[in-house]
Ligand binder design. Structure first.
Ligand code: ADP
Length: 234
C-alpha cells in the first residue's frame, strides 16, 4: 500500500539571481490503485512534481507524506524501504549503455535490496516478461528500438514490484502502436492494483482512457478531474 499526500508543497529554483517556483502550494492526495495523468505545458512543473513524490528531491515548503510519514525526515534503512515503494521512469534514459539489459535490471534489483542472485535473475525474467520482451537479457540498450528501450525502463521500474509507478513522458517520441501497447500494459498493471502517476502530452490517449487528470499551470494545480479529459479544468 502507498498513499501519497502533498500538503502545501512548493519547490523553487534560483537561476541568475532570479527565484522561480517550479511547483507552488500543491495539495494532492493519491490513493492506492489510482491512475493519474499529470498534464500541462512544458515547464508547468510535471517532472518536478514527480520528483517530489518519488523523494528524488525535497520541498522547500510543505510536506510530502507516504502513508502519513514525512518522507523528507526518513534516513538510512527507513528511507531505503520508503523508496522501494516507487518505480520510477525518468524523462532521460537511465539505462547504462555499456551494460547488457540483464545487468541493468540486476543492478536495479540489487539496489532495491534483492541480494540473492537466483532471486534477482528470476525477477529480471519476470519483469521483462510483463513488458513483453522476454529473452532480451543479453542485448545492449543500443541494440533495441526506442519503444523497446522504454519497455525495458518500465521493466526496470517494476523489478522490485513497487505499489506505485511514477512515469515521466514514458511515451514521448514513440509511434501510435507503441504508445497504445504501453497504455494497454499500464492499464493492466493498474487493474492488478499498481498506482500509476504519469506525466504525458499524449492527449488522445488521455481522452480515450478517461482516468483522473491533474493539470498543472505555472506549478499550481489548475484542474483535478476524475474520468477527465486533456484540458479539463475544474
Ligand atoms: P515540466 O516537466 O512540466 O516540463 P519541470 O518540472 O521540468 O516542468 O520544470 C518546471 C520549471 O522549473 C521550469 O521552468 C524549469 O526550467 C524549472 N526547473 C526544473 N528543474 C530545475 C533545476 N534543476 N534547476 C533550475 N530550474 C529547474
Amino acid at each position: 500500500m502507498a498513499e501519497i499526500r502533498l500538503e502545501n508543497v512548493s519547490k523553487r529554483y534560483t537561476e541568475d539571481k532570479r527565484t522561480m517556483y517550479a511547483v507552488r502550494e500543491v495539495n494532492l492526495t493519491i490513493t492506492q490503485g489510482e491512475f493519474v495523468f499529470l498534464i500541462g505545458s512544458s515547464g508547468a512543473g510535471k517532472s518536478t512534481l514527480l520528483q517530489l513524490i518519488g523523494s528524488e528531491i525535497y520541498p522547500d515548503e510543505g510536506v510530502v507524506y507516504l502513508n502519513d510519514v514525512n518522507i523528507a525526515r526518513l534516513i538510512g534503512p527507513w528511507r531505503t524501504r520508503a523508496t522501494r515503494s516507487f518505480g520510477i521512469v525518468n524523462q532521460q534514459c537511465q539505462l547504462i549503455r555499456k551494460r547488457t539489459i540483464g545487468d541493468n535490471l540486476l543492478l536495479a534489483a540489487n539496489a532495491g535490496g534483492m541480494l540473492r542472485r537466483s532471486k534477482s535473475r528470476q525477477a529480471v525474467k519476470k519483469a521483462l516478461g510483463i513488458v513483453g520482451l522476454p529473452g532480451v537479457e543479453t542485448y545492449y540498450p543500443a541494440e533495441l528500438s526506442i519503444g523497446e528501450c522504454r519497455r525495458v525502463e518500465l521493466a526496470r521500474a517494476l523489478i522490485n514490484s513497487p505499489p506505485l509507478l511514477l512515469l515521466d513522458e514514458l511515451t514521448a517520441n514513440l509511434d501510435d502502436d507503441n504508445i497504445w501497447d504501453l497504455m494497454h500494459l499500464l492499464n493492466e498493471l493498474n487493474t492488478r492494483g499498481t498506482t500509476i502517476v504519469m506525466a504525458t502530452h499524449a492527449s488522445q490517449y488521455v481522452n480515450i482512457m478517461r482516468r483522473r487528470v491533474v493539470t498543472l499551470v505555472d506549478g499550481r494545480v489548475a484542474g483535478d478531474v476524475k474520468n477527465g479529459k486533456y484540458g479539463d479544468i475544474v
